[in-house]
Every structure is written in C-alpha cells, then in structure tokens.
Design a protein around this ligand. Sequence first.
Ligand code: ME8
Length: 510
Amino acid sequence: MARFYITTPIYYANDAPHVGSAYCTVNADAIARFQRLLGNDVFSLTGTDEHGQKLADAAEKNGFSPREWTDQTSALFQQAWDGLDIANDDFIRTTEPRHHETVKAFLSTIYERGFIYKDNYSGLYCVSCEDYYAEEDLDAGSCPVHGRPAVQMSEENYFFKLSAFQDQLLSWYEANPTAIQPATKRNEALSFIRSGLKDISITRTSLTWGVSVPWDETHVFYVWYDALINYLTAIGYGRDQERFAQWWPAVHHLIGKEILRFHCVWWPAMCMAAGIEPPANIFVHGWLLVGGKKLSKSMADDDAAPVKLTDIAPEVLTADFGVDPIRYYLLRETILGNDGDFSLEGIASRYNSDLANNLGNLVARVATLVGSKCDGIGPKVNKNSALAPLAAQVVAEASAAWSAFQPSVGLEVTWKLIAAANASLEQAEPWKLEPGEAVDAVLGDALEVLRLVAILASPAMPSVCQEIWGRLGLVGAPTDGDFATATMWGGYLGEVAVVKGDPLFPRRKV
Ligand code: ME8
C-alpha cells in the first residue's frame, strides 16, 4: 500500500471562504479520494492561515480581537468544507499550540545551522500579499496581484539566507524533473531561481499577532514563514519522528499560481536549511476568473467586479445546484493547471449536458426499463459484451488521469462510457422489444456501466454515486473492495431489485 500525503494551501482567515478557495479544496479532496479508491494510505490536509498584518487589520476593522476573529472565520471554512463533503483527515489552524511549537522547533534548527541572521530592512510592502516587492515588480507603485498601493516599511529583521540555496535548488530541480507540475510552472520557478535569489526578511517587530521568535521575543515570524511550516506540523515534525518519516517528503502540495514562489523557492530552501528533504511534488493550479478577473476577497474595494463575491459563496451554489453537481463542475470544467472561467450559466449548462442528459438520463432509463421488461430485477451483465474493451480502456485512462492530477480528464473519459451505454440503448431500442435475451443483454451492459461509473466518479460525486450504487441493488459502497477487481468488466451479477427513484438531476433552465 503506497502512502499519499496531499495538502491545500491554508486559507487566510481574514474573511469567509469563496468559490476560489473551494476550487482548490474540492480538487485536493477528489484527488485524495481517488487515491483512497486505489487502496493507498492517504492523509489529506487543509486549514487556515491565521497570523499576520492582514488578519490583524481585518479583525480590528470588524471590532474583534484577532483570536475572536479567527475563531469565527476558521469555523466558516470548516463549515464550508463540511458542506462540500470534503473528507480531510486533519484541519490545521496556525494559532494552535502544536503549530507554534513546530514553527519554533523548525526555525530554531535553521537558526542554529547558521542560515538566519539579523539586519535592517526597508522596502515596499503589499499588506494583502504579506510580502515585499521590488519597485520594478510593481504596477505604477501598486501590487500586481491585488492592485493596492504598496507601502514603504522599514524594520530591523531577521533574514533567511535564501541566496545560499540558489545552486542547491537548481540541482535539486534538475534531479527531480517532475517536482513542479505543470512544466510551464516549473520553468517559471526555475527562471526565478536563475535570476538570482536575495535573502528574505522573516520576522516582524511591527506586530505581535504571530509566532514569537524563540531566541528573540521582540520579534514574531513573518506570516508566510510560519504558514508554510503547517505542512510539517500536521505530520508530527519534531514531535513524532516515526509518523513524520511515514509522510515526508512524499507530499503533494496543491497550490494556486500566485503562491508559486513561496512554495517552489522559499519552502524547499527552508527544508534544505533545516536538513530535511524538500517536498516531492508541487502541483500549481490556475485561477477561476469571473469576467476575466480573479475571484478573491482581497481585491481593492473599489474594484468593480462584475459578480459580487458574497453572492457566490460555496453554500449559495450548493443550495441552488446540490453539493455533488458543484463538486463536479469545479473538477470537470477547468483543466487543473489552467485558468478557467467561472459563471452560473456555465454551471447550469454543464449540469444539464453531463449530469441531467447523460448520467441522470441513463440511470432513469435503465431503471424504468428494468421495471417494465424485467419485473424490476436487474439482468446479469454479459462478460463478453462489446462494451468490455472500452470499459477497460476507460478505467485505465481515468486512473492515469486522476493520478496525474487531472480530474477533468478523468471525468471526461468516464463519461465516454456513459455515452456508449446510452448509444447502445438507442441502437437496441429495448423499449420496442419483448422481454428476453436481447433486452437483458443491453440492460445488463447498461447496469454494468453504471456500476463502473459509480466507482470511477465517486471521488467527484460521493453521494450521487452511493445513491446510484443503491439503486442498482448493490450492497455496501462503490468505494469498497479492491480497485483492480472491482473495475473489471463483469462485476454486475444481477438478480437484485433495481430501484426507480426520483430524477437524480432534474433539468435546469440555463
Ligand atoms: O495565499 N481561483 O491564502 P489565500 C482559484 N494563506 N483558486 C483560488 C482563487 C481563484 N480565484 N482564489 C483563491 C494564501 N484561490 C496563503 C497560503 S499556504 C502555506 C499559505 C485559492 O486564502 C488558491 O489556491 O489567499 C490560493 O493559492 C488559495 O486559494 C489560498 O489563498
């Protein structure tokens, strides 16, 4: 059994979650679920990033202490993920004692190894990014990501000797060509490293809301510096060596493209400085865009976004479309790694075409026909069906796609099987035939296709697939059993009652 550790970024708890944060979380969750389906030992982690200036500002603006504010907002993330059926194994909050302890242990190690020193720093700072910018990287003095004017900051800080790791990072990436995916993002990281690395300031004296520096309590660690370490906290770094060694460094960090530099440059260098292996894999995804703009709460207030973000909170969507259809849309619509357009019309159209007209239609048709032609008892699948080779191909391609962090492709190929079953029903027209072998053959095939689809699509739509499983008369869950055996053509044994329920996906107006 292989081990599979997957993480999402920890979301800033300055405000409530939105569809952009849901995008990353649903993708990580579905990828983790597919790995569980394959029989692997999975640990999936998400959480909230609760320190820093931006957080302290948001708390003050809302009339709360940072602690009260993060308690509320972090709970909103946990509720949102429960609402989206996210099966994370842990939820980390950076304000937890276990995290403070780990940050102190990890950074003390780097300090003791001589990679942290004290110096003066002044520069242009974007509070939304919690990061300094070189003047030439700003757009007319404003942050290129958030559009807010950068402010001049000056502090006596501790610095991490990032510059010392330039060559080591390059040779590490050369030796590990798939460490950053997709390749375009790897190239972006490499060219950033090649352009020359400067030491970075890692502490602040201007605020107290953070993890205090163990060797100098007048400083707190810069929020990014503490945040990245969450990936180690959750697996017991410094507290449980055996557990830590089970999960590290074979980790998959799923991140958005705007935080590539932190994860692909700083983070591996920090690991090297502390004497542990860098993360094995960082998968960088694109942004969901509304009318060409990133969905994000930290856009400047005067930014006239065409859709109000509060109108597209995850729970607003799931209340309207259902949990599994929203998960399906977030996974299917955009190739992970690319930017994608987000729109309500897009959700409705994907829902109608893939879910109502294809999957839902097949389920309804088959159950109705089994009712009218087979007394409600599902016929056994024909092992030598013409659909068997296609099914084998779909199982192989879908598994490969999910394993390569391509849920959209995994679902697209799975839907080929649904289309093939619908087409064979159209061709055989069992509704015109008398009960008998020909009817049993085409319905047995369709039931077997639905059994396989319920397994293959379960990481995307866990509840719907469980419902289909039950309607087919099958016991247990689509996720039970050994994957290779369960996905072999011929598993539907028939002679069980097929349930005709309500439409799974009532059609919607686009
Ligand atoms: O960056 N489309 O937190 P964050 C797709 N705390 N993904 C989006 C998105 C969009 N429009 N908007 C946000 C942080 N995201 C840090 C991370 S990790 C040690 C610290 C996703 O809440 C995207 O994955 O600003 C982004 O990277 C993530 O939300 C976190 O954003």
